[in-house]
Design a protein around this ligand. Structure first.
Ligand code: HEM
Length: 152
């Protein structure tokens, strides 16, 4: 069960990264270029939010049920245990909250410029957190297995 959840969580990272880049491109160019907020802008932000929620769900199940790093009795002095038990979960939940807030505030905004602006700012901060949290452990394009293999 853990292998499947972990693989889905791992592959979904690439979908999230692609969705982040697309939403960033559309929102910044829409804001700076004073473009109308189109159906494609709305669809892109819904897709990003859906993928982020799926990732949160897959992460929570691993965190509380299946992961050896967070449910086993490995010591917190182990850098990977500390990363997954504390740093990964807190950084990523913050990022998902920011993606949610960007979508909510963008929907509530009155003008198209404001809609683009809210998405651009919140998505930028969320992206920096996600990329930073993954890159610090070599997980931006790698897996735990590939990082461990490279370290040997
Ligand atoms: C945008 C959000 C997130 C991204 C991009 C992300 C990405 C990743 C990646 C790349 C890995 C390594 C997978 C591998 O080895 O192939 C990982 C592992 C893990 N993630 Fe996340 N994650 C996110 C959110 C979360 C959240 C919110 C939680 C907890 C609530 C979580 C819990 C975990 C756990 C427990 C593992 C380690 C699983 C194991 O190997 O035992 N993740 N995540």
């Amino acid at each position: 069960m853990h292998t499947i959840l972990n693989a889905l969580h791992s592959y979904n990272r690439y979908l999230i990264l692609a969705a982040l880049v697309y939403v960033l491109f559309r929102s910044w160019s829409g804001w700076m270029g004073k473009k109308p907020f189109e159906k494609a802008d709305n669809t892109a932000s819904v897709a990003l939010l859906g993928l982020a929620h799926l990732q949160l769900l897959l992460g929570l199940i691993q965190y509380f049920v299946t992961s050896a790093y967070t449910t086993g009795d490995m010591p917190v002095s182990d850098p990977w245990v500390r990363y997954f038990k504390m740093e990964h979960i807190s950084g990523m939940i913050l990022a998902v909250v920011l993606i949610q807030l960007g979508r909510t505030f963008s929907k509530k905004a009155q003008s198209d410029e404001e809609k683009h602006k809210k998405l651009a700012i919140y998505t930028t901060v969320a992206t920096l957190i996600i990329v930073g949290m993954l890159a610090m452990k070599g997980l931006l394009f790698g897996t735990l297995a590939s990082v461990a293999a490279a370290g040997q």
